[in-house]
Design a protein around this ligand. Structure first.
Ligand code: MYA
Ligand code: UBL
Length: 304
């Protein structure tokens, strides 16, 4: 009896996938969330067995479990500038943030001993939340600046004590407008307090395959020739002029020296501007790429 309604229902899904792009959007999003929840369920015992609890080393397990998810969603990542991530010791990564899909690109290139700064609400996201906690993600309360600042100051110390790298989304929220929101300043304070490099990473624009507002999540280009979309992930080194222009645009200045006097995190003070010039800061909006020609140009520009 049950077969009678199960069969048409199963046929309905491909039919809707074929006819309704809104259905495809919700189907893929639900699949993504549900599948990540399942992967997280698998990751939990593995992390506990490996490290006995919360530990940045668990990110290796999470990274290897998540890396194949892109195939289900028709996404591929082209990476340029890997070599900039080979920098020794701790550093701060900053990148643009378009969607929760960024997690896939992030896991594609996540260096060892690197974890993230995330909003505290994520810890309540079921099995995914627990895995984030086990992976050493630093949770901040965006509504309470003073708390968030002190958590980040502690993180600066932990970075040095435990040789950890931190990935921060300085826009502080998802943004798919094709530009960058004004940066929050925590990532830069972190770098100055820990006296570590800042490495910028750019995700090219998702707008040719994923539009949250329009409920579009395609898996083939308009000519139908391609069954997947490439996201271009670019790790940058850049010129002095680019650094200055980015800092000015986001009105980021060095924190006054006395703000950190007596801070045992740092023994000497290298100002932010110098950290950035020394260790590469890309002009992120310049690289919010839309088409393959621009991608090719950018790849050429980043190779010097
Ligand atoms: C299998 C399953 C796998 C699952 C895997 C899951 C992976 C998950 C991946 C997760 C991905 C999750 C992704 C996500 O969840 S993204 C959302 C969470 N991320 C962020 O919010 C980014 C980090 N936020 C910040 O950096 C903000 O600056 C904070 C929150 C700290 C304050 O924000 P606020 O809104 O208040 O603005 P403001 O930046 O203008 O700062 C205000 C003032 O405070 C000063 N100030 C700031 N910071 C510091 C400091 N540290 N020491 C001393 N001072 C500091 C600053 O100079 C300024 O003062 P002044 O200069 O104007 O005088
Ligand atoms: C209280 C709910 C918190 C969100 C729960 C979503 C559950 C998602 C489950 C599986 C999805 C796979 C991994 C998701 C990682 C999500 C990271 C993310 O994108 O969080 C959003 C945050 O960057 C900015 O938040 P807002 O744009 O300010 O909003």
């Amino acid at each position: 009896m049950e077969v009678l309604w199960t069969v048409p229902l199963l046929l309905l899904i491909p039919l809707l996938m074929w006819t309704s792009s809104t259905f495809v959007f919700y189907f893929k999003k639900c699949f993504y969330v549900a599948y990540m929840m399942c992967l997280a369920l698998l990751a939990i015992p593995l992390c506990v067995l490996k490290s006995g609890g919360r530990d940045v080393e668990n990110m290796r397990i999470i990274r290897s479990l998540v890396r194949h998810v892109k195939y289900f969603l028709g996404l591929r990542f082209e990476v340029s500038g890997w070599e900039h991530l080979q920098t020794e010791g701790p550093y701060v990564i900053i990148s643009n943030h378009q969607s929760s899909l960024d997690v896939l690109g992030l896991m594609e290139i996540l260096p060892d001993r690197c974890t993230m700064i995330a909003k505290k609400e994520l810890v309540y996201a079921g099995t995914v939340g627990l895995v984030c906690w086990l992976g050493g993600i630093v949770f901040i309360n965006r509504k309470k600046t003073s708390d968030a600042k002190s958590v980040m100051t502690d993180a600066a110390k932990t970075m040095l004590d435990e040789q950890i790298r931190l990935w921060v989304f300085p826009e502080g929220t998802r943004n798919q407008r094709g530009d960058l929101l004004p940066f929050k300043k925590g990532a830069f304070h972190l770098a100055v307090q820990a006296q570590v490099p800042v490495i910028p990473i750019v995700f090219s624009s998702y707008s040719n395959f994923y539009l949250r507002k329009e409920k579009q999540f395609n898996s083939g280009n308009s000519s139908g020739l391609c069954s997947c979309f490439n996201v271009f992930l670019c790790v940058r080194r850049s010129s002095h002029a680019e650094v200055l222009s980015l800092l000015r645009r986001h009105q980021i200045e060095d924190p006054p020296k006395d703000r950190h006097e007596g801070d045992d995190v740092r023994r000497h003070h290298i100002p932010l501007r110098q950290i950035l010039q020394r260790d590469a800061l890309g002009l992120l909006e310049h690289l919010q790429l839309r088409n393959p020609e621009q991608r090719a140009d950018a790849a050429l520009n980043t190779n010097h």
